[in-house]
Design a protein around this ligand. Structure first.
Ligand code: ATP
Ligand code: MG
Length: 432
């Protein structure tokens, strides 16, 4: 419908006839002189009407416009040093395409700030703010850069079921649902299916996936519906091969995002890591102890410990990103490969500025060891037969990880997780 987007109009467009579409961002009525700011996907443009120069019907039209209505503006581009981009539009016609109700639930110009709940309740309007839209354009970039890196490294994109019959990460934290006459659950992760793909000869797969987790969290980093990039790769020597892929993936995502134009709108800069340090769980526990934070060996790091470790890594090692390796086996899921010393595992977490953004490791590929671990943990094989079956007919050594998209976004932009998800699902929020 349009001849131009607002940002396509430059001083070079002087004298051109244009048809623009967008929203009424602001109106400034100075009597004989009227300014209308039109907003579209890419920015703003000033429409200037002057008594004597502009037709009366157009002047009246501007007087009766309501903010946030969708309009069509036909006019001519004129140079004007005083206009925001050195150009403005002299309108010959303004039409309302769809009138907006008033008062508005949110102020899109952000002169009046709203709290996050009000913003999320009116997310369609919140996203009209260039600052908020910028977050999701950067998010698009995370996915684009991630997919490009994985494709270049011979990973095949797959989809696995989200309606499943049994747990993949232990019995708790599942959302049950009724599936005709059967009980079913929403998937906590694609874990079992992506591992089964290693028995197919695909060798390297990834999924941009949802995790559904019925955890009663109330933190700045937990949601109940999560998005992640999940990968699995076969014929690995050990977990280091998997860490190398994760390192490459995260570096290329961050590097690509650091060049995003939208960072200017947000007033942010992103520093690109050169080296991702690898420290063991034991070393981390020692470092924390030196800072008076005591973790019982074998316990997972709590929020405070994660945060403190992020600070130590940044201040003492100049490292915003760091791997924690060789976790105690007892706090990792049943499919995790034990290390030579069975107290430890071949698993790792990736921390970014004090928050876990990924977990992964080498998996058990031998059927007997796998069933032994399942029995040892008292999990029971019922419901896992379809999975275990894939380990009896030639399963190569393999490993993988899950990288939280919401988590990498929140740490990239230093924002709470609800800010970087369009329509977040948490314990209290199911609508919109
Ligand atoms: P955490 O300990 O931070 O709660 P986790 O260890 O339970 O996370 P994993 O099962 O390792 O999570 O999931 C892999 C990745 O998915 C995490 O590293 C994180 O990036 C992301 N993730 C997991 N749970 C959540 C959640 N509730 N909200 C947001 N992201 C999550
Ligand atoms: Mg984890």
């Amino acid at each position: 419908m349009r001849t131009h987007y607002s940002n396509e109009i430059t001083q070079k467009s002087d004298g051109k006839s244009v048809i623009l579409y967008g929203w009424v961002h602001e109106i400034r009525d100075l009597g004989k002189l009227k300014f209308l700011i039109l907003r579209d996907r890419d920015g703003f443009i000033q429409i200037t009407a002057r008594k004597g120069a502009t037709e009366d019907v157009v002047l009246h039209k501007i007087e009766e416009l309501s903010k946030e209505s969708v309009i069509e503006v036909t006019g001519t581009v004129k140079l004007n040093e005083q206009a925001p981009k050195g150009v403005e539009i002299f309108p010959s016609s303004i039409k309302t395409i769809n009138k907006s109700k008033s008062p508005l639930p949110l102020d899109v110009t952000e002169k009046v700030r709203a709290d996050l709940d009000t913003r999320l309740n009116n997310r369609f309007m919140d996203l009209r703010k260039p600052r908020i839209a910028a977050i999701f354009k950067i998010r698009d970039n995370v996915l684009r850069a991630g997919r490009e890196f994985l494709a270049n490294n011979s990973f095949v994109e797959i989809h696995t079921p989200k309606i499943i019959a049994s747990a993949s990460e232990g019995g708790t934290e599942l959302f049950p649902l009724s599936y005709f006459d059967k009980e079913a659950f929403l998937a906590q992760s694609p874990q079992l299916y992506k591992q089964m793909m290693m028995a197919t000869g695909f060798d390297r797969v990834y999924e941009v996936t949802y995790y559904f987790r019925a955890e009663e969290h109330d933190t700045r980093r937990h949601l109940n519906e999560i998005t992640a990039i999940d990968i699995e790769m076969a014929f690995i020597k050990d977990e280091n091969d998997v860490m190398n892929i994760l390192e490459g993936l995260v570096k290329s995502i961050i590097k690509s995002c650091s060049k995003c134009e939208e960072l200017k709108v947000l007033g942010k800069e992103i520093s690109v890591p050169t080296d991702i340090r690898r420290i063991t769980y034991d070393e981390a526990v020692e470092m924390l102890k030196d800072h008076k934070k005591f973790i019982q060996w074998g316990e997972d790091l709590d929020t405070e410990a994660e945060k403190l470790l992020g600070r130590i890594m940044k201040e003492e090692y100049n490292s915003e990103l760091y791997f924690l390796t060789q976790y105690p086996l007892k706090i990792k899921p049943f499919y995790t490969m034990p290390a030579k010393n069975h107290k430890y595992s071949r698993s790792f977490d990736l921390g970014y500025k004090g928050v876990e953004i990924a977990s992964g490791g080498q998996r058990i590929h031998c059927h007997d060891l796998l069933t032994e671990r399942i029995e040892h943990l008292g999990l029971g094989k019922t419901g896992l037969e379809f999975y275990l079956n894939a380990f009896e007919y030639g399963m190569p050594p393999h490993g993988g990880f899950g990288l939280g998209i919401d988590r990498i976004m929140m740490q990239l932009l230093d924002m709470p997780v609800r800010e970087v998800v369009l329509f977040p699902r948490d314990r209290h929020r199911l609508v919109p």
